[in-house]
Write a new protein. Structure first.
Length: 434
């Protein structure tokens, strides 16, 4: 097995340059600088090879530099890159394809560039359509770093020291069952955190609820998955309170959870579904799926975007959809995810430091603790694991409300041998902890 001395000399040079000229605006989760990728693997500028457990933060769903994806992008770049918001064949046919594969009530598609734009558009449209101004979101939620998305954030780190956020945003506890805010367990709670929404409405709002926004699972908070039925119950709550339901699938869509869209697990019918990341698999692309009756509030040209729905990003998304159809990536996500989750749960039983392994499909979180009884978060142990894994050729990333969760989210093209090799590395590293 490889044993890399990180950072390598070329990586060290670039990392020093980053410190000098980028001033810490971006994250640095590993001590190497990526040069190129292929499938489920990355290579750094020093020639070291890694299995990728990050997918570029759940972006490279069809793998790094898939030849079909690359060819489609190259072909489109040579034809047309940006005509502003004039219709192109690539855009209008992509909108049609998206309507055909998303929940049947979602019959309108608005092409954008980033996930933040899509969540912002959903909240903005919900306010305009209902004539109400308040948005409910959840502790731990992350919906982007722009103004309204930041106001909907359920983590202080997203808005720390930025001053007052937009008014009209309130948060309620999410179903973080491993660390239940009410000290209950799923078998006895009857969705207490969901019922608490009634208290939130009565005590923190003016009663002018436009929408509720949630992720199917909370990515930035540590891949927190609510118990089965919770999202369906939330949708029912929205219906009963005349609030629009925004299901933020920016991170969860395009096969990541073992279904094309996470909504499919409970046959959900959200009024808005923001989509991003995997839809372009590396080319910045996003869209907002919604209903024609809601979209009709826009006047022609009112929501135009300089680069939203540009032909290059749409060509990339078309290629991604083709690859999904041809290579059965949704099925592979479910199959490989079940295997890897089983391996990691077995590892958790052997290790005193892995408190929880959760997820579905190829998106999982390993939560590290100092003591399983107290569940004290242990980010320092997690970082030892991440650094040691890198020296053996496994690229991991850190997330979590307490910064103590390892992201397990390889590209959906990962095969059995590569999945096994990556789990072997993680097992060696974790069991070597003192």
């Amino acid at each position: 097995m490889p044993k890399y001395d990180l950072p390598g000399p070329r990586s060290a040079e670039y990392l020093e340059m980053s410190d000098t000229y980028e001033a810490g605006a971006t994250s640095r989760q590993q001590q190497f600088v990526v040069d190129h990728g292929e499938g489920a693997r990355l290579w750094d500028v020093d020639g070291n090879e890694y299995i990728d457990w990050t997918s570029g933060v759940l972006v490279a769903n069809v793998g790094h530099c898939h030849p079909y994806h690359v060819a489609a992008i190259q072909n489109q770049v040579a034809r047309l890159m940006n005509p502003y918001d004039f219709p192109t064949p690539e855009r209008v046919t992509l909108a049609k394809r998206m309507v055909e594969i998303t929940p049947p009530n979602l019959d309108a598609c608005f092409m954008l560039t980033t996930g933040s734009e899509a969540t912002e558009a959903a909240m903005r449209m919900a306010k305009r359509y209902t004539g109400r101004h308040e948005i409910i979101s959840f502790y731990g939620g992350f919906h982007g770093r722009t103004g309204m998305a930041m106001a909907a954030a359920g983590k202080q780190g997203t808005k720390f020291r930025y001053g007052p956020v937009l008014t009209g945003h309130v948060q309620s506890p999410f179903a973080y069952c491993y660390r239940c805010p009410f000290d209950l367990t799923p078998d006895m709670c009857d969705f207490k955190c969901l019922r608490f929404l009634n208290t939130v409405v009565k005590t923190q709002t003016t009663g002018a609820i436009a929408a509720v926004i949630t992720e199917p699972y909370q990515g930035g908070a540590g891949f927190i998955f609510p118990p089965e039925g919770w999202l369906s119950a939330l949708q029912t709550w929205c219906d009963e309170h005349d609030a629009l339901f925004i299901l933020d699938e920016v991170q969860a869509s395009f096969g990541r959870t073992g279904r094309m869209f996470a909504a499919e697990h409970e046959d959900l019918r959200p009024n808005f579904m923001p989509i991003g990341k995997g839809i372009g698999s590396g080319i910045p692309t996003a869209c907002l799926m919604t209903e024609q009756r809601i979209m009709s509030i826009f006047e022609r040209g009112e929501a135009s975007s300089t680069t939203g729905g540009n032909p290059v990003s749409c060509a990339a998304a078309h290629a991604v959809l083709d690859i999904f159809e041809r290579e059965n990536l949704v099925e592979n996500s479910a199959k490989m995810g079940a295997y890897m989750k089983g391996r990691l749960q077995e590892l958790a039983e052997k290790s005193p430091y892995i408190g929880d392994v959760r997820g579905m499909g190829l998106v999982m979180g390993m939560e590290f603790v100092a003591d399983k009884a107290t569940k004290e978060p242990a980010p320092e142990i997690m970082w030892r694991v991440i650094d040691a894994c890198a020296t053996e050729g496994l690229c991991c990333g850190a997330v979590g409300f307490y910064g103590n969760v390892i992201r397990v989210a390889p590209p959906l093209v990962i095969d059995q041998d590569t999945a096994a090799e990556s789990c072997d590395i993680m097992e060696r590293v974790v069991l070597a902890l003192e």
